[in-house]
Design a protein around this ligand. Sequence first.
Ligand SMILES: [Zn+2]
Length: 256
Amino acid sequence: MLREIALGEHDKLLTLLTPGDGKITVSAKGARSQRSKIGSATKLFTYSNFEIYKKGESRYIKDASITEPFFGLSEDIEKMALASYLCEVASDITGEGVSSVDIMRMTLNSFYAISKGLYSLPIIKGVYEIRAAGLSGYVPDLEGCAVCSEKITKSGMLDVMNGCIYCEKCAEKHLNDAQKEMYEHPELAERIVYCRLTPNTVAALRYALFSKSSKMFSFELTERDELSFFSHACEKYLLHHLERDFDTLNFYKSLF
Ligand SMILES: [Zn+2]
């Protein structure tokens, strides 16, 4: 369940993420009343089984049962804020009437990890963001430097707009050229975004993108700088390619 809107006194309009049909909107009659049978199964973040019927163009919930309530998500405000942001991203990248198994799986795994406190919130957030960008068709080329093909050995740079990385030497030259270009075309300045990388952050980005969803958080970035480079790169990369901002993200960030 990604989103709910109160409808009248007793009803709710829900946005659901489904494996087979992508994002769908359904009415849940009576779901807001105390005695409703489907009340708890239609709560935000809850993973439920729905029996749905169609009447004209609209869909309605006939019955619902909880598979996983993710109680831990409502434990504290940071967890809830992050889950809300992931819901907003999921809703943005999911189409209607399309198979969305990968988005569904990564969202459920993230909810589980957040609710059980299995990994740190910045790791979960970053992995979700970079995978969301990948599933939307924006997979950065992290194999090696886009200019000289060398691996990043000391430090490097992610070119967010072009979805590639540069080694230290080529990054310097690229930055000089980019500065000249920006001078001539000031309108480009907004589109050009660079993030610092280390060999470990490149490895973490690759792992986050290409590992199986069941293991997508199983890596460590022990240096504080490396975690912040990773977080920064994932967030910038997703927002740039989706060409938007998220209120839920701004709220999450305001908590720290
Ligand atoms: Zn290079």
